[in-house]
Every structure is written in C-alpha cells, then in structure tokens.
Ligand binder design. Structure first.
Ligand code: ZN
Length: 601
C-alpha cells in the first residue's frame, strides 16, 4: 500500500511523454520543477523547449487520467448549455466546461479530470443531468476553447451572439406577419451575416442548416475541403426566424413550407462580402425546413501551372488542347474541380483572335474576352439550346458546362468536325470509361474517334498542412508502395518481361527525382492551429490524361472495352489517378490514405 502511494505521488500526467520518447525522464522532471517554481503550466516548457506537439501532450493526459482526449476543434465548441449559466470567470476558476449532450451523457472537458470530479461542482451545476462523459484537454487548448466561447481570441463573439439569440422570440408558425417581423429582428440579421462571413473565412463551400422538430436544436454545419464539420447549434425557438430570414433574402415565399424552393442571394446587398449564395430549402420530417447554402465566389481563372498538374501531364495537356479543332472532356464526380480546370485551359487559349462562347451553370469564374452565358432552366435555356445558338454565332471555341444528353454530345462532335474546338465535362469516373459511356449514348464511333482529342479525369485530394511530419519509410512500406503504384502497369510489355527489373527501375527513378541522402521520404499529418488539428489544409488535383492518339482512335472505332482502352492508354503514357496521386505523395503534397480515399472506384 505504502509503496503504491509512493509511486503515485511521483507520477505526473506527462509521464507518457517519457514512455513515448518525446522527452527524457530528467528533462520532464526539470520542466515540472521549473514550472512549479514559476507558477506556470509545464506544458508551455514542454512545447517551447522540447517541441512536444500539443496533440501528444493531450494523448499523454488521456492515458494518465484514463479519459478520452478532446482536442480543440473550432466546430466543437458551440455549447449553448453554457449560455446564461456559466460566466467566464467561473469557467476559468474551475477549469471545466460542458461541450455537448451525447448518448454517453453531458460531455465535460477539463484539464484535470481527477480534481474536477473530486470537487463535485459539475453535478451541482447540472443537477438534472445524471450522466457525465469526461474529456481531458491541454491547458493550451482549454484556453482556445475559452477564447472561442467568450471572445477575446480569434474565434470572435459566437458566444455573445448566442446569448442575444437566447432571448425567446414570439413565435407563431402560422402567423407570417409575425414571422417576418421576427426575421427582421436585428439579432437575427446579425446572426445570418455572421454565419455567412464565418463560413467564408473558414473556406467553406456549403452551409447546412438542419432543424429538428419540437424542442430539438438546429444544427449548423460547414463543408470545408469536402468534409462536413459542425459549426454551431442554435435553440429551437430561433429556427423559424432563421429560415424565414434566409427566405426573405432570396425572395422566396415565406408562407410556403411544404415544397422545396431555391433561390439566390447577392450577399453584397446585406453583408461585407461580394459573393453569391445559392439557397435550397427542403421540407423535412416533423414540419421543419432544412436550408443548404452554397457559397459562390466570383473568381478569376487560375493559370494552368497552378493546377498541380505533374511535370509529366502538363506538357501533354498543353499539346492536346492547342489543336485548332476537336473535342476535349474533363471528367469526375461533382465537386472535383472540373470547371476550374476547364477555365484554366480556356485562359491558356484565350487570345484577341479567338471567339470563345461558354454555357455554364452557374457562371462562377469570369474572364475578359470570353462570352459567357448562364443556364436558366426555368426559362428553357439549357445546354443543348445554347449549343445550337453558339453554332450560329461564329465561334472558334465553345465550352459547354456539362454533357449529359445525347443531343449536346452529338452537336459537340459535329462542331469539332466542322473546325471548332469544343470543351465540356462529364460525370464519369475514369478517362477510358468516359469514351465507352459516350459511345453508349449513341455516338457514331468513326465521327467520335475523329473528333476526340482527349479526356482528363480529375479528383481533389486533401493536401497535407505545412505542419506535416516527414519520415523515412521502412523497406516493407516502400515495397508495398511500389506494388500499389505498378498495379496498372502489369500488362505493359516492360513489366511482363521483367517485373523485378521494372520495379527496381521505377524505385531508382523515384530516388533520383525525390530522394534525399539515398532515401525516399513520406509525410504524415500532424495538426496545428491553421489546419484545426486535422493535419490537412486545402486540396490538390489528381489527374489522369488519356490522349486520343491513333491507337486509342482505332479502339474507339472498334468499340473496344474499357479495359482495352485503359491498357493501351497506360502503354502510351497515361498515368492513372492513383499513380498521379502516389507521385504527389513522393512530393510531400498528400498521403496514401487521402489518395486511396479519392481513387476508390
Ligand atoms: Zn497544420
């Protein structure tokens, strides 16, 4: 008993850092001693003097206290339970805060779970709550959470706004006049503006507003770099005013709550940003309405050099799109950056001698010299109709935002055979698959083969944040990497003749190009303030360029299968999305988990 208590007296919450080899036992003792003398947190010394990552400290605390670690995530701190209940001074003094209701109970985060539990203050404050789910966090991150809730940090005044919103609005769901006046309430107007500005600052592409019926809270999430993350929850009594305010901003019928509606907001009229918002309302179960808002930036085209095309693909692409006539497609799922790429290509060929017509939905990127037309389905202006109009309007180059129907595609083929350059996008997965899909639409194989210049398949993979950590992979990991990369090369003559030799040549080529001191380096995500501790920030394009050379043209005429086009493409220099992604791993831009995630077929 006495031996055990002696050991416990010596134990510190940071011991796991020694076990993990991040600091030595002596270094830790030294930090603890000096921190106690200076009345500051040992964390500061560990971070400043020994470069221990905050997340590793959090993990050490979790092991010591045997409760899960709660890292600081901007989207997580949105607890309305705090409002009007706990003052900042109280939270600072007691060192804990409630985060959210969860199936395991009320989540309470603190820096010292033993002390907070022993003090028994939490069950007194939340007397009606029977279960608590404890989380530990670092002192650094607890400070960030405080700053976000109460202002003072860069998180700003979400806390203040929610306090103001907590004033119940007189709400009668069937009284439109009352609703309209509630929606015009100054706090509601301010909240919606803050919502849009925050989403914009966090680089969100979409805002999702998801109300629950009855007393349930309304969740708000942002989509950033393709992934949804929670932003805030707002009280039930506020949802009608919020939804009504958005409907008023885009001139929708506020009394219509049973049918989906859609509209646009020029945000410049209401707030400090010159962006367009596309708003869609969808009535959901329980008589509430969801709202999804897409943020559209009026942008300029990026130079092709900034699209992260590999040194292998960039010259091939330039050569392909510099032909005087023909048909070129960019393919990939929604949100894979197809339009951005098409505009970069158009920017490249946009000269005073060239007439370029575009049909787009929506027109998001604009450039001087292009004549751009917005699709308006309600008014009957669709892609096929505009294509017909362009052909009568003396074009050199035509860009059609999407090719979904047979009419648009056959007009594109015709236009390219009569001397025009036509660009469009397809919702297909791979370059070879696109060809077969278009033939299946009923294209004449001979005309189509003559018209086609090439197909570029594209994906966006998450880019590693600057905080990434380089490491030299073990031989096994390198071997697996080579095998995965060469999956598509199996059928090529070089690999069939001498697989071991070809793998070796591949590896040695990488070493020459990317190696340091005779080794390859990979990177793993770490996490910092800038990337909200996710380890990733922004995205990069992965590309698969199939050039329609004579061999591919012959296969089109023969209506070959996808696998045959694929194999021929690879033999003639096409690198698959996966291969392109893996080369970007060697460049330290992303990692294997992200490449695999977007290359799943
Ligand atoms: Zn980072």
């Amino acid at each position: 008993m006495s031996r055990r208590s002696a050991a416990r007296a010596k134990a510190s919450p940071y011991d796991a850092l020694v076990e993990d080899g991040l600091v030595s036992a002596d270094e830790l003792q030294d930090c603890l001693r000096r921190a106690a003398a200076q009345r500051r947190s040992p964390e500061q010394l560990l971070i400043a003097e020994h470069q221990v990552p905050v997340a590793r400290i959090g993990a050490a605390l979790a092991r010591h206290f045997d409760v899960p670690y709660e890292p600081f995530q901007r989207g997580r701190v949105r607890s309305e339970a705090l409002q009007g209940l706990l003052r900042r001074e109280f939270v600072v003094e007691h060192g804990w805060m409630p985060l959210e209701e969860s199936p395991d109970g009320l989540v309470v985060v603190c820096t010292d779970p033993e002390q907070v539990r022993a003090a028994r203050v939490v069950p007194q404050v939340f007397a009606r709550t029977s279960r608590f789910a404890w989380r530990v966090t670092t002192a650094t991150e607890f400070g960030q959470m405080l700053a976000q809730l109460y202002g003072g940090g860069e998180g700003g005044a979400i806390g203040d706004l929610l306090t103001d919103l907590s004033v119940p609005l007189d709400e009668d769901p069937d009284n439109d006049a009352l609703l309209e006046s509630a929606a015009a309430d100054n706090e509601v107007v301010k909240f919606v503006n803050k919502l849009v500005v925050d989403a914009w600052q966090q680089r969100a592409s979409d805002i999702h507003i998801e109300p629950l019926p009855g007393k349930g809270k309304t969740g708000i999430r942002f989509r950033v770099d393709g992934t949804l993350m929670p932003w805030l929850e707002v009280p039930a009594h506020f949802r009608q005013a919020l939804v009504t305010r958005l409907k008023i901003m885009c001139d929708l019928d506020i009394s219509e709550r049973r049918r989906p509606q859609d509209g646009k907001i020029r945000f410049r009229r209401f707030g400090p940003l010159d962006i367009e918002l596309r708003v869609a309302t969808v009535p959901t179960a329980g008589g509430v309405e969801d709202v999804v808002i897409r943020l559209l930036a009026a942008g300029e085209p990026l130079p092709l050099e900034r699209l992260n095309l590999s040194p292998h693909n960039l010259p091939r692409l330039l050569a392909t799109v510099s032909k005087p006539h023909g048909l070129f497609y960019v393919c990939g799922p929604t949100g894979s950056g197809k339009t951005t790429t098409l505009h970069s290509i158009l920017r490249q060929i946009n000269t005073p001698e060239t007439k370029i017509w575009t049909a787009e939905d929506p027109v998001e990127i604009t450039h001087k010299g292009l004549r751009q037309v917005q699709i308006n389905r309600k008014a009957g202006i669709d892609f096929a109709m505009l294509m017909r109009a362009f052909l009568r309007a003396d074009p050199d180059v035509i860009m059609v935002g999407e090719s979904r129907d047979e009419e648009t595609v056959s007009m594109s083929v015709e236009a390219s055979l009569t001397g025009h350059l036509v660009f469009s996008t397809l919702h297909t997965n791979s370059a070879p698959e696109s060809i077969v899909r278009l033939l299946d639409m009923g294209m004449d194989p001979f005309n189509f083969a003559d018209a086609l210049l090439g197909v570029l398949a594209q994906r966006l993979a998450k880019r590693l944040c600057e905080c990434k950590e380089a490491y030299a992979p073990e031989a096994d990991e390198v071997r697996a990497f080579v095998t995965e990369y060469s999956d598509a090369l199996r059928q090529t003559p070089a690999w069939r003749a001498d697989r071991a030799g070809a793998s070796k040549a591949l590896y040695e080529g990488w070493l020459r190009e990317h190696g340091r001191q005779g080794r390859l380096f990979f990177h793993r995500p770490r996490g910092c303030e800038r990337c909200r501790d996710t380890g990733y920030r922004g995205r990069i394009g992965l590309h698969e360029l199939l050039v329609a050379d004579d061999a591919v043209r012959r296969l089109i005429q023969e209506r070959a299968r996808v696998s045959e086009i694929f194999e021929t493409g690879v033999r003639h220099g096409m690198r698959t999305l996966k291969m392109d992604g893996m080369e970007k791993i060697l460049l330290g831009l992303t990692d294997l988990s992200q490449v695999r995630a977007v290359c799943m077929r």
